[in-house]
Design a binder for this molecule. Structure first.
Ligand code: FES
Length: 109
C-alpha cells in the first residue's frame, strides 16, 4: 500500500507516492525535494533532517538505533527525524530543514 508524502519548505511543496520501505531521502530524490545529504544515506552526516508535526510522528517508522545514536531520543519533543532512516507508514507532510540555514541562524545568536 502506497502513501502520499508531501515535503515542504516555506511556500514550496513536493509530493510523491511512497512504495513500502522507501525512506524519506529516497523519496525526496524521486520528487526533487531538496533534502540535504553528504553521506548519501549511510547515516553519518545528519544533513537529511526533516521535521513533522508532533501529532504526525506515528505516521513515520520508529527511530532506528542509528538515528537514536545520532539525534538522541528527542524526536518525540522536536519532531525531527533523519530522512535516510525513516519511512512513511501513512500519508504525511514533512518540513525540509536546510542545514545551511540552521548553521547561519545559530551564528546570529
Ligand atoms: S543522509 Fe546522511 S545521515 Fe541521512
Amino acid at each position: 500500500m502506497s502513501h502520499t508524502v508531501v515535503f515542504y519548505q516555506g511556500d514550496l511543496t513536493w509530493t510523491v507516492e511512497a512504495e513500502p520501505g522507501e525512506n524519506m531521502l529516497a523519496l525526496s530524490r524521486r520528487c526533487d525535494a531538496p533534502v540535504q545529504t553528504l553521506c548519501n544515506g549511510v547515516g553519518t552526516c545528519v544533513q537529511c533532517k526533516v521535521r513533522v508535526d508532533l501529532a504526525d510522528l506515528p505516521k513515520l517508522s520508529p527511530p532506528t538505533a542509528l538515528e537514536k545514536d545520532r539525534l538522541g531520543n528527542l524526536s518525540h519533543l522536536t519532531g525531527e527525524r533523519m530522512g535516510c532512516q525513516c519511512c512513511p507508514v501513512a500519508d504525511v507532510r514533512l518540513e525540509i530543514l536546510d542545514g545551511r540555514l540552521r548553521r547561519r541562524s545559530r551564528r546570529q545568536r
